[in-house]
Design a protein around this ligand. Structure first.
Ligand code: AMP
Length: 420
């Protein structure tokens, strides 16, 4: 071990487990790529104001969890705690919304940072794959995103997840509800911090996980009863489209989520095998966010799925992804001449698209075969002086144990023919 360790609340992705993370990212991205979403990458840090305004100054993410710092040049920046504000900022800056083809559909994948109390499933550095559909108010778009996330989870073999769905109303009906909720909450016996929250962000109080708070919330006014006709009709369409697509969901009138910018449709994907950090992903509509960060009105919807927690969900369901071995052919040279010949063969195999590796460091047969086994290679190619004198190498099928002499010139062709 070195003198240093990964910082608190972080961990390294190392082989072989890291292959599962890559496969999860790919599985989430595949349905998006297949549905008109283009890839976007933004910097790991942004002007701190973008998050303060975009994510919301009353959220824990901004007030407590942000890695904010001042640069030597005096810029106030923050490591990104989430993706939506940055992606919208980038779309506006790149004028993607002006090209005349709204919605702008984007997907992203990357690292996010929150100064949280670390525990299983909650880290200070984590990884998300996300999608945003910017500039259209259409319930089919909300449904599309939920369906694509469902497809991604199912493609990984996950079954024990549930989709929670709610509508948070819009700028017409939410203020009326907000006032009614504030009045109700002010009559409860709550601690000072929660009381403060009543003024700034009362909906978040509904999300409080503490049992003594939840007990008092029985009988609280519900947003569903305050939705205006337009929001009700919109939500009904989202629900119908999901049902028609065969995607099951649960109405959760208390689902508010932790970010300020959501309007109308909100949803969360929860996995029942994960304990307290059960949200594997979530998202919703954010019709006012663009204006909040100085852009034009661009009603939008998006989600972010957590890669770390999706991997934990796979573990919880006992799912091992069927990943191809990293190496197909492992070459074991015995002697100097064989090193030269087999190294050239490995290069040739790689150029022909066959994953190949080589026994480096001049190991003997026993040590080299150990490496070959560990690599998971389907074939080994072993050659010694005697083989080469006959112009052959020994090709061994590691599954069947069968071995055959193959002419040096034909190694690539023979291996390829066995792989189809
Ligand atoms: P949020 O932006 O909080 O809705 O996060 C979306 C998803 O990212 C969550 O459902 C989690 O899967 C994941 N996530 C958020 N915060 C963390 C964290 N601190 N550690 C690991 N995953 C996280």
């Amino acid at each position: 071990m070195s003198t240093f360790q990964a910082p608190k609340g972080t961990y390294d992705l190392l082989p072989p487990d890291s292959a599962t993370y890559l496969a999860v990212r790919e599985a989430i991205a595949a349905p998006l790529r297949n549905s008109g979403y283009g890839y976007v990458e933004t910097p790991g840090f942004e002007n701190v104001e973008l998050f303060a305004r975009g994510v919301g100054e009353s959220t824990d993410i901004v007030t407590k969890e942000m890695y904010a710092f001042e640069t030597k040049g005096g810029d106030k920046l923050a490591l990104r705690p989430e993706g939506t504000a940055s992606v919208l900022r980038a779309a506006l800056e790149g004028n993607l919304h002006k090209a005349g083809n709204l919605p702008v559909k984007l997907w992203y994948s990357g690292s996010y940072y929150r100064y949280e109390r670390p525990q299983k499933g909650r880290y200070r550095h984590f990884s998300q794959v996300g999608a945003e559909a910017i500039g259209a108010e259409d319930p089919a778009l909300d449904a599309e995103l939920i369906i694509l996330a469902d497809q991604a989870y199912r493609s990984l073999g996950l079954k024990e997840f549930r989709i929670l769905l709610n509508s948070l109303g819009d700028k017409e009906c939410r203020p009326v509800y907000r006032a009614a909720l504030q009045e109700f909450l002010r009559g409860l016996d709550l601690d000072e911090e929660t009381r403060r929250r009543i003024d700034i962000n009362p909906l978040r109080v509904l999300d409080d996980k503490r049992a003594d708070v939840q007990k008092q919330l029985v009988g609280a006014p519900m947003l569903a009863d305050y939705l205006c006709d337009a929001c009700k009709a919109y939500h009904e369409q989202v629900r119908e489209l999901l049902t028609a697509a065969g995607v099951g969901y649960e109405d959760d009138p208390k689902l508010v989520r932790g970010l300020d910018y959501y309007t109308r449709t909100t949803f969360e994907f929860v996995h029942d095998g994960l304990g307290s950090q059960s949200a594997v992903g979530g998202g919703g509509r954010y019709d006012g966010l663009s204006e909040m960060i100085g852009g034009p009105a661009l009603p939008s919807v998006g989600w972010a799925l957590g890669v770390d927690r999706t991997v934990l969900a796979l573990e919880a369901e006992g799912i091992t992804l069927d990943l191809p071995a990293a190496t197909t052919v492992f070459a074991v040279p015995l002697g100097e001449e064989a090193r030269r010949v087999l190294f050239a063969k490995v290069t040739e195999l790689r150029r022909a698209g066959v994953a190949a590796d080589f026994s480096y460091g001049g190991k003997g047969l026993k040590g080299a075969m150990k490496n070959a086994n560990r690599s998971g290679a389907r074939f080994t190619v072993v050659a010694g002086e005697r083989d080469l004198a006959e112009g052959v190498v020994q090709l061994k099928d590691m599954e069947s144990g069968e071995q055959e002499a193959v002419a040096v010139d034909e190694v690539v062709a023979v291996v390829k023919s066995k792989l189809v």
